[in-house]
Each structure stands twice: as C-alpha cells, then as structure tokens.
Design a protein. Structure first.
Length: 223
C-alpha cells in the first residue's frame, strides 16, 4: 500500500519507519518543500519526499500529522474518497484557542472531517509518544503488545487502519465514531499511556468530557 504523510515531524517519521519495514511505500512531506528534507531521506532508508499535494495524491491512505492550527491547509481536493488518518492533537498554547474545542462542542478529528467532507477520517496515532511507536511495536500475538485507540464514522476505513496497525506492531481498540474520539485526545486517561487492549478499554471508559488530566510523562509500563 502507498501511504502519503502530510507532515515530517517525529510521529510522521516513526510511522514511516514502521510502514516501510512492513513493506509499504511511504512519502513524507512538509510545508517548505522536498528540497528541505535531505536529512529525512538520508535518515529513513527508502522513504520518498514531496510536497503536501504530492503526498496527498501519492497515498492510497494518507496520514495527517501536523500542528492542529494548520488543519485547513490540508489539500482536500487530492483526498477525495481516501482514508485519512488523523494524528493531530489540540495544544492551545501552540495552536491558539479554538472555541469549539474549548467548549467541548467538537473534537479535533471532527474539525478535520468537516474540512475533508469527501474523505473518510480515522483518528489514530495521536495517543502515543513518537519514540514509543518504534519501541513498543511487537509481532502479532505478542503477550506484551500495546493497543492503540481508533475512531471513525466509516467502518470500512476503520477496518483498513486497524489492519495497518496490526502490520505495524499494535493491537487496536475501537473507540467509536469521531464524536467519541475526545476519549483519547490530550489530557484524557488513554492519552500516551502504554496499555494493552483491556487496559485501554478501561481508560477510554473512564474519560470524562470536561475533565482534563495533568500532562503525562512517558510511561514504560504496560497494564
């Protein structure tokens, strides 16, 4: 499968490494253009680079991993009919205040889905620290395998992403539709905590819509 990535930060590069190792083709992109990405090409064997438009057109599935404040820059015209994986998180100090999110009236993925009305948006890869993507990946069936939450309104797109997660080394927990994806956004119990499927289901269930937890440190224990 071809995976386009809009973004070239830590999450984007970690997903690219895992996807390439699993036999997929990957194109990373950034806002400044491929001529600024020589270190990415030299650091990730086999990765391709391009513009955001290039990555959107390249991918059978496309990952968006950019600061949330820039979500409107995602090229909707090239993502028509495609599955779009959303790894964005809302940090008001970085992104500026977004009233719908501050009032708990929407989710980060719903904002992106509204911007991409002809795409199938799947929330994934936002609730794990970038270094842990490569550290915690395990073969299918491993007893210490970590689970990641997934949310989407489209069942077929969700199934594609769950299959991809398995190939990359992770179990999945279905967290429902995009309007339920707040359960694993920033400052919720499931956010960036290493959990197996049972522990992750409990953390998702324990989330409260208007309650935000303190920032988490990297947790190397799986429960």
């Amino acid at each position: 499968m071809k995976i386009g990535v809009i973004g070239a930060g830590f999450i984007a590069r970690a997903v690219a490494q895992l996807a390439l190792a699993a036999g997929h083709e990957v194109m990373l992109s950034n806002s400044r253009g491929p001529h600024t990405m020589s270190s990415v090409v030299s650091g990730i064997l086999g990765v391709q680079v391009g513009s955001a438009d290039d990555a959107a057109q390249f991918g059978d599935v496309v990952l968006v991993a950019i600061p949330l404040e820039h979500y409107r820059s995602v090229p909707a015209q090239w993502l028509h009919g495609k599955t779009v994986m959303d790894a964005n998180n809302y940090y008001p100090d970085r992104d500026g205040h977004i009233p719908q999110l501050d009032r708990f009236e929407s989710t980060t993925s719903r904002l992106l889905a509204d911007h991409l009305p002809h795409s199938q948006v799947v929330k994934v890869f936002n609730a794990i620290f970038a270094p842990d993507l490569t550290l915690d990946a395990r073969p299918h069936g491993a007893v210490d395998r970590r689970a990641l939450p997934v949310a989407a309104d489209d069942a077929a797109a969700k199934a594609v992403v769950i299959k991809l997660l398995d190939e990359l080394g992770f179990d999945a927990v279905d967290a429902g539709g995009l309007d339920e994806s707040w359960r694993f956004e920033r400052a919720k119990p499931a956010y960036c905590v290493a959990l197996n499927q049972t522990g992750l289901k409990a953390a998702l269930a324990a989330a409260e819509r208007t309650v935000e937890l303190p920032p988490v440190a990297r947790n190397r224990n799986r429960t």
